[in-house]
Write a protein that binds this ligand. Structure first.
Ligand code: PLP
Length: 399
């Protein structure tokens, strides 16, 4: 017996690997600061927790409809109307076990061997792996600092072939925090309008985490002509600090939603009934806590960006959203550490920061664009200040 060929096409999630390494070190008594995990440090709001407790008391503890309760689908329809000016019906909504599951269902339900999926880099780590698991071919298009980490319309046009099935857009982005303006989405839409066989997977997971008045837009809203071939994806993990509850969702053509439900019916069945009840409360409830949390996130972003930019050889752009920064350290490549190790790759830099500075970050190589690393700043100001001071000291010691 050996593992399948499909399994051989994927690697374990590098961000989850860093998180478990940090836990191991902490258990061994090492004073390590973990900036690897992609989750808010805030707690799930109390009104959401109360709704879950009430759901248990009310006996909402049984199987539900495979791809979501009608109550949750209605709450999602209302969310899209309220936040995105998008009109969906409940048969156009699929509720899944986290946004990662939405991605998995959509790709596995639609990809035939050899189908291509255009993925701008740097990308969220799961996109290429899930595409490959499904038998598809990720077509990576570089979107580096020179284009603000956003897909260039001409580069998109050049990447599309007759085999292209999907293009994946993620705004604001994990790992860079870059967000597309409505005009930038329209420019991409103009390219996609010329290629009617290409579908759009719009990952809006960080929609609500935006700064400096950045106006979030999603492509189905920006380009109504693409509505029919867009799967608009979102979830509760990041905005509502509900990573452990595992609720994500997608909205799109009803045939696609049915196809995803068919796959889900033979894998997970419904997402947890209690988590679904909690998600109804999150989506329908008072959203004002989001602005308060964003103010805290924005302060942390500014702190981290300025402390990293104080390092000679490090360049850290100021992101529009999410809770990550993605500093580039090209000028430090080729230097050596005090104990003689060469900094020649992202992994070498990340290993040095972990071993010597006791700060855990994730290598840019995992996100497909080097030399860089990702910092998640969803932790306290005090820890961020300490972590950045340690990074400054470690970088200053490079020769
Ligand atoms: N999309 C992006 C860009 C993400 O960063 C994540 C989580 O890290 C997800 C989707 C999926 O989140 P979840 O599966 O917790 O809903």
């Amino acid at each position: 017996m050996h593992a399948s060929a499909a399994l051989g096409r994927i690697s374990p999630s590098p961000t989850l690997a860093i998180t478990s390494r940090v836990l191991e070190l902490k258990r061994a008594g090492v004073d390590v600061i973990g900036l690897g995990a992609g989750e808010p440090d805030f707690d799930t709001p109390d009104f959401v927790k109360e709704a879950a407790i009430q759901a248990i008391r009310d006996g909402k503890t049984k199987y539900t409809n495979v791809d979501g309760t009608i109550e949750l689908k209605q709450a999602i329809v209302a969310k899209f109307a309220r936040d995105n000016n998008l009109t969906y019906t409940t048969d156009q909504i699929s509720v899944n076990v986290g946004g990662k599951h939405t991605l998995f269902n959509a790709m596995v339900a639609t990809i035939d061997p050899g189908d291509e999926v255009v993925i701008p880099a740097p990308y969220w780590v799961s996109y290429p792996d899930v595409v490959q698991f499904a038998g598809g071919v990720p077509v990576i298009v570089k979107a580096g600092p020179e284009v603000g980490y956003k897909l260039d319309p001409a580069a998109l046009d050049a990447a599309i072939t007759p085999k292209t099935k999907w293009v994946i857009l993620n705004s604001p982005s994990n790992p860079t925090g870059a967000g597309y303006t409505i005009d930038e989405l329209r420019a991409l839409g103009a390219v996609l309008a010329k290629h009617p066989h290409v579908w759009i997977f719009a990952d809006d997971m960080y929609e609500h985490i935006v700064y400096d008045g950045f106006k979030f837009a999603t492509i189905a809203e920006a380009c109504p002509e693409l509505f029919e071939r867009t799967l608009t994806v979102n979830g509760c993990s990041k905005a509502y600090a509900m990573t452990g509850w595992r609720i994500g969702y997608g909205a799109g053509a009803s045939w696609l939603i049915k196809a995803m439900a068919k796959l889900q019916s033979q894998s997970t069945s419904n997402p947890c009934s209690i988590a679904q009840a909690a998600a109804v409360a999150a989506l329908n409830g008072d959203q004002s806590f989001l602005a308060e949390r964003n103010t805290a996130f924005q302060g942390r972003r500014d702190l981290v960006v300025s402390m990293l930019n104080d390092i000679d050889g490090m360049h850290c752009p100021t992101p529009e959203g999410a809770f990550y920064v993605y500093p580039s350290f090209a000028e430090l490549i080729g230097k050596t550490t005090p104990n003689g190790r060469l900094i020649d790759t992202d992994e070498a830099m990340v290993g040095y920061l972990l071993d010597d500075a006791k700060v855990a970050v994730v290598q840019g190589a995992a996100f497909g664009l080097s030399p860089a690393f990702r910092i998640s700043y969803a932790t306290s100001d005090a820890l961020l200040r300490e972590a950045c001071t340690r990074i400054q000291t470690a970088c200053a010691a490079l020769k």
